[in-house]
Ligand binder design. Sequence first.
Ligand code: PLP
Length: 420
Amino acid sequence: MQTDYFKSLIEQDSRVADIILAEAQRQSDGIELIPSENYVSPAVLGAMGSILTNKYSEGYPGKRYYGGQEFIDQVENLTIERAKKLFNAEHVNVQPYSGSPANAAIYMALLEYKDTVMGLKLDQGGHITHGLPISFSGKFFNFVQYLVDPVTHRLDMDQVRKIALETKPKMIVAGYSAYPRDIDWKAFKSIADEVGAITFADISHIAGLIAGGQLENPINYGFDVVMTTTHKTLRGPRSAMIMCKQKHQKAIDRAVFPGLQGGPHDHTTAAKAVAFEEALKPEFKVYSAQIIKNAKTLADELTKRGWKLITGGTDNHLMVADLSVVGIKGAEAQVALDEAGITLNKNTIPYDPRGPMDPSGIRFGTPAITTRGMKEGEMVKIAEYMDEVIKNHNKPEVLGSVKEKVKALCKGFPVPGIKV
Ligand SMILES: *Cc1c(COP(=O)(O)O)cnc(C)c1O
């Protein structure tokens, strides 16, 4: 059945095809350290680029509003079945379009307008959907923001408990976008139980590490709801899913459809099924273990070179560096590293004296480079390149020479799905 879709695109619309080919070249030639990015398999791309995009299927398997659902029901049920197995979940909704709408659906399902919710502050590692005042989360709900310890920059569970006792939240959100350490799910659950709050874990960043058995699973600690994006460490299509206890099933399903969304993206659902099957394989355990080994090696190598990492290192796939010790701003570092073929993002550090638009730090991680097959030896080289760039960020000739070294390193590690 499969015709060569990309060939048709080149023939019919070379402007779009050329842009995609240029991006493929960029992805091949550079070192990708943005910790929320990854490279999906050709099989995932195959499902995503399939004719399932042609179908409308509002509703849920067996209860749809349009006809012709015999195969779509099969693919959605298969995706749910695999997700349940992967995360030991009681109920799974695989229809959310992405992480932010999934979080909106969770709040809509389990909270009332202006209810009190606790979430980690964005500039300390939280996510915009965890209570940023200008996001829907901060506008429609009374978010109380907890903070990391001012000295260790780690979560302070005594402070979380104190705030919970004072504010009596209806829900406590745990799970972050820029927190390099393990999360104490058990402590969150016990604090929530003490004040009668719903527990919500947003494992978007670390889902692949949990699925691969490297980090603890909040579901095993009795969390009510767990959301994950599927495109970060989990290495699937750009999308999300919500897992919950049976008692929340009805509210969650209703909030996703028709509460917030219309028709699900069935081609993406199929791609999630493919990614989940990949994550159930023993190779994925090896992959997720290697992500952490690589992150720890990168952290050690940078620390040896005088870098200051927030919390002193990492337990997962990412780290945040405070560049003020080297006398360079996060944005300058991002631009210089980009010039040298190394992609990452500027990021606030906890209690950042600079603003969010021009912060003191950078955030980076190892999921994508580990997918390419890079190991500890390559991390040593990458640390060396990053350090060279940061310490010579005003010297174009140094950036140019690092770029050549980066390209040479990348040649040995092809990106899945890209033939150059
Ligand atoms: C990435 C992320 C999201 C949102 O995902 P999008 O798909 O970009 O909307 C939500 N929560 C956390 C913690 C994330 O890291």
